[in-house]
Design a protein around this ligand. Structure first.
Ligand SMILES: C[S@@+](CC[C@H](N)C(=O)[O-])C[C@H]1O[C@@H](n2cnc3c(N)ncnc32)[C@H](O)[C@@H]1O
Length: 314
């Protein structure tokens, strides 16, 4: 059965047509909202990977259209970004660009004054790369989008803000969870009823944004940047500790070359030093210590075994 006829049987497809949503995806955001109340009292939001625009329509209807006065409307800010152009939506500022590019990230960030109390309360990302069918590669590309979206969120989100992003359920989700919990109080993975059961997509819903003490926001693209170097450039010890956990490897480099380089560079002693630094750092929040402690101790154990095996073999 072709895709079109399958879609037409779908209750959300039909309902989307009837209610004027540009895509059935609108129901995913509405279901996430029903479950977590992510749109409650929100006036400022960023919609990443927004085309054709059904999530932006939901934001427009819930944040903008419900305002009773022009003054209230002027307080609403919705920024929507995609590689593709989109037809206009009331109350939505549109940017066309690649969210993994620094220039696009900067254009989004420029809409939010970092010193004022008018930062975004919500960042959503429904981005999906062209799926290749090779699960590891698709999952990796999806993670790239999440890392880019999260980097943008660290600049624009206000404390307590919410971050929602599409993921492909897979092995890297534990890593993602530990990473997200360093930036957010609560982490959930949710599959809305409108997401097809046959699809491996789900959504991370991260609530209660808190920039770790001493962390300096930075635009990160793990496929392009040497993230350790980037973290070092900030001069922040906290960035050096947190950034390596955002993503591991890249596509060239799920490559042996890159993994070998990292293994050479980051030994169990390095992890032990990072661990000691973290434990001693009184400014480092206790809950992050607990999260990172598990990751670091695992790494120390793995590296020590590898080290032992290498030496025994020789
Ligand atoms: C599933 S669609 C989003 C649907 C949208 N939430 C809606 O409700 O209409 C995924 C979108 O991600 C966009 N996308 C993928 N990679 C991107 C990137 N690097 N930068 C910006 N947009 C990207 C695609 O162009 C596509 O429009």
């Amino acid at each position: 059965m072709g895709k079109t006829s399958k879609d037409k049987r779908d209750v959300y497809y039909r309902q989307a047509k009837e209610e004027g949503w540009r895509a059935r995806s609108a129901f995913k955001l509405m279901h996430i909202n029903e479950q977590f109340g992510i749109l409650d009292n929100v006036q400022r939001a960023v919609d990443l990977c927004a085309a054709p625009g059904s999530w932006s329509q939901v934001l427009s209807r819930k944040l903008f259209d419900c305002c009773l006065t022009d003054d209230q409307k002027s307080e609403v800010k919705i920024i929507a970004v995609d590689l593709q152009a989109m037809a206009p939506i009331r109350g939505v500022i549109q940017l066309q660009g690649d969210i993994t590019k620094e220039s696009t990230a900067n254009a989004i960030i420029a809409h939010f004054d970092k010193t004022s109390d008018k930062k975004a309360q919500l960042v959503v990302c429904d981005g999906a790369p062209d799926v290749t069918g090779v699960h590891e590669m698709d999952e990796y590309m999806q993670n790239q989008l999440i890392v880019s979206a999260l980097s943008i969120a660290t600049f624009v989100l206000e404390t307590g803000g919410t971050f929602v992003a599409k993921i492909f359920k897979g092995n890297a989700n534990c890593l993602l969870e530990s990473q997200m919990l360093t930036f957010f109080k609560d982490f959930h993975i949710y599959k809305p009823p409108s997401s097809r059961p046959s699809s491996i997509e789900a959504f991370v819903v991260c609530i209660g944004f808190r920039l770790p003490n001493g962390y300096i926001p930075q635009i990160i693209n793990p496929a392009r940047d040497d993230i350790r170097l980037l973290a070092r450039k900030t001069g922040s010890a906290v960035n050096r500790r947190l950034v390596p956990f955002i993503a591991c490897g890249d596509l060239n480099g799920a490559s042996d070359e890159l993994s070998t380089k990292f293994e050479d560079e980051f030994t169990s002693e390095d992890y032990e030093m990072t661990y000691d630094d973290m434990i001693r750092d009184v400014d480092f929040p206790e809950e992050f210590k607990d999260e990172l402690e598990d990751v670091l101790l695992d790494e120390i154990a793995v590296r020590s075994v590898e080290n032992f095996q290498t030496h025994c073999l020789w």
